[in-house]
Design a binder for this molecule. Sequence first.
Ligand code: HEC
Ligand code: HEC
Length: 296
Amino acid sequence: MSTFWSIWVSVIVLGTIFGCWWLLLATRKNQTTNTETDQTTGHSFDGIEELDNPLPKWWFYLFVGTCIFALGYLALYPGLGNFKGLLGWTQQNQWEAEVQQAEAKYGELYARYGQTPVPELAKNEDALKMGQRLFANNCALCHGSAARGAVGFPNLTDNAWLYGGKPENILTTIHKGRNGAMPAKGLMPDMTAEQMDQVVNYVLSFSGREKDAEAAKAGAAVFAQGCAGCHGADARGNQQIGAPNLTDDAWLYGSTYDWIEETVTYGRQNHMPPQEGRLSDDQIHILAAYVYSLSN
Ligand code: HEC
Ligand code: HEC
């Protein structure tokens, strides 16, 4: 704040307080009596008259008290333009002190859980409760509050894993984040419409839902050429690159002909943001235990 505005604010604030003070004392001095009487001010309206009594003492002293309080407050805390107050209080340092307090309190707890192996921690009720809260605040936005996922966001409660469900896989996923990338038309950029129909039918045939058995049969060759490199010859996926298993009943996107055709036609780009740096290692450890517990 510039000096001008600083003085402007200070003058208005102090002027108001001293103005109130003056008003209070001035009206008291002009009183004709200091005790309660039946005397009126002389105003009368519709037979209603105004008594001319002094302010009650408690009220007077309360008012004086508020003026003194205001001055004391303004001396200790920031309120007068650029004057920082004798206590040096700021929102920033109050917040920092509270965070420090919370860290001293929870950091120790987090650290204790951070040393426990994930599968063991996944049986600890208190740790799981903490994990659930961390999940609600940091992960539920995408994965859902019950961690069951949505289109494009994997369900974390089943046993189908894009990147693996072992403690070390889950820890890596949360620390480093993940990028799932499937190129349009897989490894066959000039796939024909017929081949597209064949390979979609072939994928559907893994779960016995092909529309056209002939096409599905022909799709095996297309799959071998355009898809097996990532999804595996047996279509059971590859957790190194997050290529999903196409033979189970867990689907990241829809499982119908149209959905699969869309996936193959346009490809998919998916991103799980890394939590390293956002959350502490111990918090990530607790989250990993929570995620692990959902399917174990
Ligand atoms: C911005 C959305 C978003 C947030 C926030 C998010 N995730 Fe994810 N997560 C994803 C997406 C998308 C994927 C799938 C990535 C892919 O397809 O390659 C994923 C994948 C995962 C996987 C791998 C699942 C598998 O099958 O291998 C785990 C585990 C996971 N997330 C846990 C978490 C946890 C724990 C948090 C909270 C700290 C979290 N995620 C926060 C979007 C998110
Ligand atoms: C370069 C590796 C790669 C190739 C080649 C590839 N895919 Fe994929 N595919 C992926 C990845 C990775 C995902 C997961 C994308 C994500 O995380 O969103 C995926 C997802 C899918 C899905 C969605 C699965 C679900 O659960 O919803 C289908 C269906 C699919 N691929 C079919 C195919 C077919 C058919 C081909 C061949 C034409 C093919 N893919 C070629 C890597 C590949």
